[in-house]
Design a protein around this ligand. Structure first.
Ligand code: SAM
Length: 239
């Protein structure tokens, strides 16, 4: 701003005229930079507030700006989804990935949209009805149990949700039973380092720690995609 004042002074704007011009520039620039930051970076306090306000939370998850780094189309292409697959989208949230997955697996497939938040489940149910996504089945789950049938799932899909799950060891043993023998677990989450988007650093799980955790709970890393700028995308299979 000081630099701007110097430039404007040197351009012979002075007194009241310059103040008005500066004020206008501030009005134009500040909301833009604040909005840009708001779209990507939040601290603990903001996150807690967002979690209490479902409308704002859904707005954040569905922010079109997110597509730039989340690359949903590229993610789904990389997964090489087959028609007829049964996928459990754990911590489905607003359904950002749920409905894209549903489109890929077709009418013969099924997407379980699993979440512990009644607000998110309500939103997904309304959205499924609105877009006639008959292959989306919502599950209001328990924090430590997705409540799915044994040997029924081709893929578990976790996008920015594993770090929310409680009692992860128990969770992994449950989902191992729910997975078909040929099944897979997809894990997308933020790297544990400063990124322009994502949850507070202390909530994140480092890529290496996740791989170790999966290994020690009976899953091996099958594949890794590295095209996401802020997140890892890891595919695990039962060992
Ligand atoms: C950051 S959002 C991610 C939403 C979505 N996967 C996406 O990428 O847009 C995390 C979601 O996980 C849900 N969640 C938190 N703990 C959970 C648990 N133990 N089981 C299932 N869902 C959970 C939250 O309610 C929230 O909707």
């Amino acid at each position: 701003m000081r630099l701007l004042a110097i430039i404007l002074t040197s351009l012979k704007f002075s007194g009241k005229g310059m103040k008005q011009l500066l004020f206008l520039l501030v009005l134009l620039l500040v909301p833009f930079s604040a909005r840009a930051q708001d779209a990507v970076k939040r601290d603990d306090h903001q996150m807690h507030r967002l979690h209490r306000d479902p409308k704002a939370y859904i707005g954040m998850l569905e922010d079109p700006q997110r597509d730039i780094y989340q690359k949903p189309h590229k993610v789904l292409t990389a997964l090489d989804l087959k028609e007829g697959e049964v996928i459990a989208d754990i911590g489905a949230g607003s359904g950002y990935f749920t409905f894209r997955l549903a489109h890929h697996v077709g009418d013969k497939g099924k997407i379980y949209a699993v979440d512990i938040s009644p607000d998110m489940i309500l939103h997904i149910n309304r959205r499924a009805r609105a877009v006639k996504a008959n292959n989306v089945v919502s599950i209001l789950a328990a924090p430590d149990d997705p409540l799915l049938p044994d040997r029924s799932i081709d893929r578990f899909f976790f996008s920015n949700s594993w770090h929310h799950v409680e009692n992860q060891t128990k969770y992994l043993s449950l989902i191992k039973k729910m997975l078909k023998p040929s099944g897979e677990i997809v894990m997308i989450d933020f790297h544990k380092q400063e990124t322009p988007a994502g949850p507070p650093l202390q909530m994140r799980i480092a890529r290496e720690d996740l791989i170790k955790q999966m290994e020690s709970n009976g899953f091996g890393l099958r594949k890794e995609h590295t095209f996401l700028p802020y997140q890892y995308l890891l595919l695990f299979v039962p060992k």
